[in-house]
Structures are given as structure tokens and as C-alpha cells.
Design a binder for this molecule. Structure first.
Ligand SMILES: Nc1ncnc2c1ncn2[C@@H]1O[C@H](COP(=O)(O)OP(=O)(O)OP(=O)(O)O)[C@@H](O)[C@H]1O
Ligand SMILES: [Mg+2]
Length: 293
């Protein structure tokens, strides 16, 4: 957004401190792959996620362009959330098994030398229901990721919190109640707080799992506007049930459907306009025409 004093083109002292802290804490992300040389886009090849014998989603080959919005759409149960969680290694804590290849730039997300904490710092996530840490204030929520990454300077944390809250279009609303419990905010405000919390560590990629599904139309419009503005700096992957939302905010879209065996699969992907107006696959055509799902 032009004129935004917090545009990410500004020199970032925070970045410097964060990188120093992250480097001290964790040395490099992978051996021989300095993170600064890595383009911030995600590539999935032949990805499949299964829980025990049950394959949740398969055949996912998809390039996610940097600094664009990619929408993942499809009916309930086709594996959208499961796939999103695979991208920043949240299945490390479930029984989910991820096969195939997921890369963040050149970095193999599941490489033996790749540290999951740093993948999660570079790939942030916003969940379907706003989930601020309930025992923490607004301020503490926003800076929690920075503290986790070793940033402790009070002035830096304060500046970073203001910047992230402005970026998430929440600063004016909360600047006088930064030290109140986050759970006193409305649902839409809590979701913007969660976006601010994710942005505070300056991720390259932001995964958003139906971030508007618990919100009213006005709060939804604010988040959609935010998504469009954030995409100037951050690569966004947006899961949505809402094809109108996908059409409004995404540059490219990927359609997931359930196969005859009830396994989710990627059916078609491409520029959103083309995918919605001239789908190549008959299954996509039926889905976008509202005939299935
Ligand atoms: N932790 C888990 N253990 C076992 N099965 C799981 C787990 N998480 C998801 N699944 C299964 O994976 C499949 C895909 O679920 P997922 O939540 O990814 O779908 P979705 O496309 O996000 O659906 P929705 O649109 O309703 O959010 C479902 O069959 C689900 O039961
Ligand atoms: Mg889901």
C-alpha cells in the first residue's frame, strides 16, 4: 500500500536482530544453504499425506509463486487443511506421514538437516478459528514468536508489535489496550491479532486456513483487503470454501476434489480467472459450476 509507513521496504533493524538471534540459536537452516539466498516460494511435487492406512490427500504437484495469493479450494474433507499443515511441518506432531517433496525455495522442508522451527518461522500459519494465546495480552501475543526466536530488546519488541499490528490493520483499535487480555477482542479483531502475530516474525510465506470462516461479512472484507495488501510482500496460500472469495483475492487457484475412493486429490491448478472461466478438467468444471462438492 503506497504511503504505508510500515511498508516492508523500510530498513529492518528487527530483521537484523532476528537473524542474529536465529543464527546464534540455530546456526544455519540447512548445511550449505544460507537462507538469504533462497527464493521465498514453495514447490510441491507428488505430495501425499496419510494417517495410518488412510490417504488423506495425494498427487499434489503445485508451484506456489512468490508474493502472490494462491487459493486452495475444494469440498470438505478433500485434504486442504492436511496439505497446508504438511507445508510447515505441523504433522511432525500428529500421526500424519508426508511423502513426496516440499521445498521452500531451494530448501527441502523435510530434509534431514532442516530445522522445523526455522521452517515455521519462515512459513507462518493462521488457523480457521482465531486462536490467540488466552492467558496473554494483545502485546504479548504479537511478540510471542519473536521472543521464541530470541528477540528480547524492549524497544525492538515494542516497535515490532506496532508494526505488525499496523500491518494487520489493527493498531488503531488496540493501541490503548495493548496490555489487556487478547480474548477480550472481538472474533474479527482476534483473527487480525493472529495475523499480526504471524507477521511479527516476518515470514516469507503465510498459510491461511479459511481465516474468514468464523467472521461476519465486514470482518471478512477487512481480512480480504489485508490479504491483498500483504501479498505485495508475503507469499500467501489461502484455503477457502468460498469461490467468490478465491475469485476476489487470489492470483492462482488449485482445486481439490475427492476421488471415487474418497481420497482428496489435486485436480487442476492455474490462474484463477482461467480456472473459473475456462476450466480444462470436467471435474473442475462441475465443481466451479456448483454441481459437486
Ligand atoms: N490428525 C488426523 N488423523 C486422522 N485423520 C485425519 C487427521 N487430520 C485429518 N484427517 C483426515 O484427513 C482427511 C482430510 O481432512 P482435512 O481436514 O484436511 O480436510 P479439509 O479439506 O480441510 O476439510 P474442511 O473443508 O472441512 O476443513 C479427512 O478424511 C480427515 O478425517
Ligand atoms: Mg480444513
Amino acid at each position: 500500500m503506497s504511503g504505508d509507513p510500515f511498508a516492508r521496504t523500510e530498513p529492518r533493524t528487527l530483521m537484523a536482530e532476528q537473524h542474529a538471534a536465529a543464527n546464534t540459536a540455530a546456526s544455519a537452516l540447512t548445511h550449505g544453504h544460507p537462507s538469504s539466498a533462497t527464493p521465498p516460494a514453495v514447490t510441491l511435487e507428488g505430495v501425499q499425506v496419510s494417517f495410518g492406512d488412510h490417504v488423506a490427500v495425494r498427487n499434489v504437484t503445485l508451484a506456489i509463486p512468490a508474493r502472490q495469493v494462491t487459493a486452495l479450494i475444494g469440498p470438505s474433507g478433500c485434504g486442504k487443511t492436511t496439505l497446508l499443515r504438511a507445508v510447515n511441518r505441523l504433522h511432525d506432531h500428529t500421526a500424519g506421514r508426508v511423502d513426496g517433496s516440499i521445498k521452500l525455495g531451494d530448501i527441502d522442508v523435510y530434509g534431514a538437516d532442516t530445522r522445523p522451527e526455522l521452517i515455521r518461522r519462515r512459513i507462518g500459519m493462521v488457523f480457521q478459528r482465531p486462536n490467540p494465546f488466552p492467558a496473554m495480552s494483545v502485546f504479548e501475543n504479537v511478540v510471542s514468536g519473536l521472543r521464541f526466536n530470541g528477540v528480547h530488546g524492549r524497544a525492538l519488541l515494542r516497535d515490532a508489535a506496532e508494526q505488525a499490528l499496523r500491518h494487520a490493520a489493527l493498531w488503531d483499535t488496540v493501541k490503548d489496550r495493548l496490555h489487556q487480555p487478547a480474548v477480550r477482542l472481538s472474533g474479527g479483531q482476534q483473527q487480525r491479532l493472529c495475523i499480526a502475530r504471524a507477521l511479527a516474525v516476518e515470514p516469507d510465506v503465510l498459510l491461511m486456513d479459511e481465516p474468514c470462516s468464523a467472521l461476519d461479512p465486514i470482518a471478512t472484507a477487512k481480512i480480504e483487503d489485508l490479504i491483498t495488501r500483504l501479498a505485495a510482500d508475503v507469499t500467501i496460500v489461502l484455503v477457502t470454501h468460498n469461490m467468490f472469495q478465491a475469485a476476489r483475492v487470489s492470483d492462482q487457484a488449485a482445486v481439490f476434489l475427492l476421488g471415487e475412493d474418497r481420497v482428496g486429490e489435486l485436480v487442476e491448478s492455474g490462474a484463477t480467472d482461467e480456472l473459473f472461466n475456462e476450466p480444462k478438467n470436467p471435474r473442475t468444471r462441475d465443481y466451479v459450476a456448483g454441481r459437486v462438492g
